[in-house]
Design a protein. Structure first.
Length: 283
């Protein structure tokens, strides 16, 4: 476990999955602890897919591959390339085993930086192949809500009219479920999560604030280059997941071809993809 610390924040990051396991702000834990009997993760990294695939499989270059939901790096061992009090770089590379599921050579780095009341998380994906690489990447951060989620709102900087895409198993449908209309406040209700997550594919805002309307506690998440936004919660559990994604689960009617997958990133040979999001605390 790697620890980053400054006068406001202490972060503990596991080498397994480069996963943020604890984030203490002003002496109070902000991250779900990952109880196996409820949900055993805290903030898993999603790569090389976000969400699920149709029948958990895809086609590339005429060959069939199988991938579990959210990909395989979330529990894989990362190397710590560098770490000091407020900065750490985690790296994982493709190998013979990963290429049985995902036939690309890559290097993936996750870079954590503490600055005052902000934790910045950067992703770098380098294509080490001589061909185009197709992937998704995203965050799945579980924030601790001991009072229950119905004390919380998600606040957007812009007024939004949001329809969540209805989910059928692994697949995202074109059926819309109205959630909010012409407002920047999304109140959280248990009823939203009876089936699964809220999946938003048309969010205009590129940040969101989780706010406890009774205490004023706020957690602000910036995701300038993440086009998809999800919120997930296991009913009646004390956490809420805020999930900015650069990628999306398979949609109803999709083909198996990974090159045709909705939201897929295509990275040219030898190139590096970068994305970043940040978590900032307030009172």
């Amino acid at each position: 476990m790697i620890t980053l610390k400054n006068e406001f924040i202490t972060a503990h990051i596991n080498e397994a999955g480069a996963e943020l396991k604890s984030l203490v702000y002003n002496g109070t834990e902000q991250i779900w602890e990952g109880k196996p009997e409820v949900w055993d993760s805290s903030c898993p990294l999603l790569f090389p897919i976000c969400g699920g695939l149709k029948d958990d499989r895809y086609l590339y270059d005429g060959k069939e591959y199988h991938l579990q939901k959210h990909g395989f790096v979330r529990t894989a061992p990362f190397e710590v390339e560098r770490a000091d009090d407020t900065f750490a770089v985690f790296c994982i590379k493709s190998n013979d085993e990963t290429k049985k599921q995902y036939p690309f050579d890559y290097e993936l780095r996750v870079i954590y930086t503490l600055t005052e009341k902000t934790l910045k998380i950067e992703y770098e994906v380098r294509n080490e192949c001589d061909r185009t690489m197709y992937f998704s990447i995203g965050s799945h951060e579980g924030y601790y809500t001991p009072e229950g989620i119905e004390d919380y709102d998600v606040i957007f900087p812009q007024k939004e009219t949001l329809n969540a895409k209805v989910i059928y198993g692994n697949l995202i449908s074109n059926q819309d479920l109205p959630i909010i209309k012409d407002t920047n406040v999304l109140p959280l209700y248990e009823k939203h999560f009876i089936i699964d997550a809220l999946v938003f594919t048309d969010l205009k805002s590129r940040s969101a604030t989780l706010r406890n309307r009774k205490t004023g506690r706020t957690i602000h998440i910036d995701f300038p280059d993440m086009p998809y936004f999800l919120i997930w919660h296991k009913p009646n559990s004390p956490y809420i997941c805020i999930e900015p994604w650069a990628g999306l689960g398979d949609v109803v009617g999709t083909s198996y071809n990974i090159e045709e997958k909705v939201g897929i990133n295509a990275l040219d040979a030898g190139k590096t993809y970068r994305n970043v999001h940040s978590i900032t605390f307030g009172e």
